[in-house]
Ligand binder design. Sequence first.
Ligand code: NAG
Ligand code: NAG
Ligand code: NAG
Ligand code: NAG
Length: 430
Amino acid sequence: MYFRPLRLFKFIITFISIIILIYELRRLLHSPSLTPSSEDQHTQQIPQQPIPTADIQHVSHTLPPFYISLPHFSDDEAKIWFYNSSYYKFHSKLCADGTCESRGVLFNNTKEHLSVNTFLVPNGLYLNDECGYNYGDAALKRTFHSTDETTVIYDKAIIFTVPDGWSFQHFLDGVGPKLAHSHSYLQQYPDAKVLILKGARFDRSVQEIWSMLGVENEQRIVHYSSNMKVGARLLINPCRTPGIHPRLWQDARLMYWSISGLLKTNSSAPSERKNFIYIQRTSTNAMNSGRLIVNEQAFVEVLRAYCAKHSLNYVQYDHSKDTGHIRSRIELFYNARVIIGVHSGALSNMNFAQSGTTVIEVMPYRSGSSSLPMTCSMFRVEDMKACAGYILYTQAQLLNQSYWMLPFVVNGESNLNVDLNRVQKLLDQI
Ligand SMILES: *[C@@H]1O[C@H](CO)[C@@H](O)[C@H](O)[C@H]1NC(C)=O
Ligand SMILES: *[C@@H]1O[C@H](CO)[C@@H](O)[C@H](O)[C@H]1NC(C)=O
Ligand SMILES: *[C@@H]1O[C@H](CO)[C@@H](O)[C@H](O)[C@H]1NC(C)=O
Ligand SMILES: *[C@@H]1O[C@H](CO)[C@@H](O)[C@H](O)[C@H]1NC(C)=O
């Protein structure tokens, strides 16, 4: 026998042609209309039949208007500093005449502050819409009619695509209030996917909270990126909801306590809570430079002396050294009587602390400038875009805590030398 390449070649060609023919015949016979537009595994699960139409369900309620009271101030310097801020100049217009100091700022815009909504949309289509109270009507009710309009189709999905929701801080201030009114859907539909924005990281503490809610990263979290067109046979959308309302924030807090097993015991009275927590900012644990206390050792001595006098546990909290499960941290702050720290994201752990907890925020500012670390323009009332500096104050008030603001001017390196007499004077008033 000798080798005949031409014959072998002819044989292979014939074989391939037959395979293609069989494949095409099967395709024509079995798949009359829809062809999946993506190779994604989930797309394969779509039944090959017309998509049923059902009505959109809208679940909503309206919360009462609320007030945010002014911070407590331990001295005139602190008070004048705040009253001079553009934040105060802008918001004090929202106080009824002369009631800013007694009642605080009124929040009474139906759409922005009061109206809580969930939409359940059959065959809903999500296209990178911003998850917030401004969610448009058309976007809320958007549906898909063929798989070509999607890159992926899930059976059920819930949207929590708030900016930076993968980070601890913005999970608490962005996702938390949405979860407060919608977390029951996570249990009701234990197979539903959960959409959050894809980020540079996915903070461990955030993964742990989701996990305690029954949402495991690998199985249920979808890290959404803007080019995805997500269809869901049931799309659950809790986004059109106020970012701030005391009810939502306190309900979210109750949820964190509940999943951590803290509600089995009676909520401890303020006098029984013993933790005095100093949230320490260091050059290694902070994302941005600056805002360090130059005379920290002396500052800590003042705090320790206060704790000794009042039989409190002094706790120095450095989040970068906290390797425990988030559950322990929730318990630590649940038992806080006082939380003190320089303005920084780690202060948002106050979300786990009870009503009535004293929160002291040391506010670093640069005199005569609107740049960081003084995050709000001091002089131009109309310039509100950089007012994130007051987010922790707002949070503490939403959580019904007792909030004190203690501003200190920074040095050339944006660090602060804390006046210990002013600190002592404040501690004597709480
Ligand atoms: C700050 O407040 C003080 C006292 O109310 C006032 O005299 C001063 O002009 C204010 N400064 C600015 C920059 O608004
Ligand atoms: C809130 O606004 C509504 C009108 O939208 C008004 O009727 C109501 O009196 C306001 N509430 C308060 C406390 O001012
Ligand atoms: C909570 O406190 C009440 C009244 O003090 C008491 O009757 C009840 O047994 C307590 N519950 C728990 C779980 O400790
Ligand atoms: C706010 O906290 C105080 C305790 O500091 C409590 O007496 C009051 O009932 C709380 N109010 C709300 C609305 O939770």
